[in-house]
Design a protein around this ligand. Structure first.
Ligand SMILES: *Cc1c(COP(=O)(O)O)cnc(C)c1O
Length: 457
């Protein structure tokens, strides 16, 4: 199967050059999805008994399928949490793939894992966690949150025999990311939500815990604070939450999947005060650390606890316990066994550019949010819902109904001009539909923002 009927290496390089040049370019339209039936009609049968040949498959990809994806790095893609991988990281992602490194065990992937650990050391240094704290790269924030929650739960169960027969309970706020609830479901853990989409404060958390009936209080083992809510960029009162967790003997997890990148930015790093008290932290390099998909990270104050929860045993794995095979085994600290060394592109990009460039790029995202905020304040038909936070801006178009926001989103996407989607903001007891920007790409310009706002006329 190594035989290829055309010079696939050259073709790959052509596509690669196209993709690399397209990164962050506004000359290209934002792609849009086609229906499955439309795509099928365009490409026909691709999986056949004898194969359709590399050239044919490649051309179908280039002509039809590649165009049906939305480049998340487009400077006018300001929906969800966009991404903006560096060219260095994208190139090294190719090298990572081509190297077929098994990234579970040092014995097999020492070179790759060494590089991942270098990058991880920098990320850990941003958190201020004490010596001994360390982490691993995961497929994303969801897997990182699951790995952390399971570690916390197993630790809690190890503390008291009775806890082994109880269903665990965690507290977070309604500003928390959906993956917290989803992962608690996977781990069969109950979630109690503090009813605020705004900053989770110490007092509200304390009151919630004090109001718990005794049976529930016994099942409570962790609090999840958010370090930059996905919807609005709000950083919870991490210091306050940390003090309650310490007093109540609870595991303190900080989900900074989106906001964690901002730890590098001097202008906002004070908002994260208290994160150094966390027992575990989630940060997604594929969000605000300019890595390609997929790359999340989970960091532990005491990695040994993660190892107790996650290391896999099996007779054919015994060799990895051997002295000769010893080293850092990423599989021990999260839910996956076989894994790609997905931190490698980040390492290469950090090594190439240096950490100062990362700081500048993140600061630009924060600055763009401030610029957008000022622009919104200066226009008659739009207004801020709340001040910009990190790189998120929530604003309303005065007089618009929910369906107006949706229609506007589709219209701009249809034109290949921009992707900006509506969201909801909880105001008292009502949810208001509003518009939202999330800036990641430092190449987004003021003109881009202006043009998007003007399209709301
Ligand atoms: C995006 C996000 C997640 C989920 O991360 P994935 O990488 O998509 O799995 C979790 N928490 C927060 C706060 C996020 O912004």
């Amino acid at each position: 199967m190594h035989k290829i009927d055309i010079d696939l290496v050259d073709m790959t390089m052509d596509v690669m050059k196209y993709v690399i040049n397209r990164l962050s370019s506004t000359k290209h339209k934002i792609g849009k999805p086609k229906k499955e039936a439309e795509l099928k009609a365009l490409v026909g049968e691709t999986i056949t008994k004898n194969g359709i040949g590399g050239e044919q498959a490649f051309n179908l990809w280039k002509e039809h399928l590649a165009k049906s994806n939305v480049p998340i790095d487009h400077p006018r893609h300001l929906a969800f949490v966009p991404a903006s991988p560096t060219r260095a990281a994208v190139m090294f992602d190719l090298v990572t793939s081509a190297s077929s490194i098994h990234g579970a065990y040092w014995m097999e992937g020492a070179g790759g894992i060494f590089c991942e650990n270098e990058a991880m050391r920098w990320i850990v240094s941003l958190t201020g966690l004490p010596n001994g704290a360390f982490g691993v790269f995961t497929s994303g924030g969801t897997a990182a949150n699951l790995s952390a929650i399971v570690t916390a739960r197993e630790y809690w169960r190890s503390l008291k025999q009775q806890n082994n027969f109880e269903k665990g309970l965690i507290i977070t706020s309604i500003g928390a990311h959906s993956s917290i609830k989803a992962m608690a479901k996977v781990a069969d853990i109950d979630v109690l939500l503090v009813d605020t989409e705004d900053r989770l404060e110490k007092d509200a958390l304390e009151a919630t815990i004090n109001n718990l009936p005794i049976q529930k209080r016994q099942r409570l083992f962790a609090v999840v604070a958010t370090g930059g809510t996905t919807n609005a960029g709000i950083v919870d009162d991490l210091n306050g939450v940390a003090s309650i967790c310490e007093k109540e003997n609870l595991w303190f997890h900080v989900d900074a999947a989106y906001g964690g990148g901002a730890l590098v930015a001097d202008s906002v790093s004070h908002l994260f005060k208290g994160i150094a008290h966390a027992d575990s932290i989630t940060i997604d390099p594929h969000k605000w650390m300019f890595s390609p998909y997929d790359c999340g990270a989970v960091i532990y104050r005491n990695p040994e606890l993660a190892k107790k929860a996650h290391s896999q045993q099996g007779s054919y794995l015994d060799i990895f316990e051997d002295e000769g095979a010893h080293g850092f085994n990423p599989t021990d600290y999260q839910i996956q066994l076989t894994r790609r060394v997905r931190g490698l592109p980040l390492w290469f990009s950090l090594a190439t550019h240096g950490t100062e460039r990362y700081k500048e790029a993140v600061e630009r995202g924060i600055e763009l949010a401030q610029i957008a905020g000022k622009m919104i304040e200066g226009k008659p038909n739009v207004e801020l819902v709340r001040p910009p936070s990190l790189s998120c801006v929530l604003y309303r178009r005065i007089g618009w109904e929910p369906k107006d926001y949706t229609n506007w989103t589709y219209k701009n996407h249809e034109k290949g001009f921009a992707l900006v989607t509506p969201t909801k903001w909880k105001n008292g007891n009502t949810f208001e539909t509003v518009s939202r920007f999330c800036f990641i790409n430092p190449d987004t310009t003021e003109k881009d923002i202006e043009a998007i706002l003007d399209s709301m006329d």
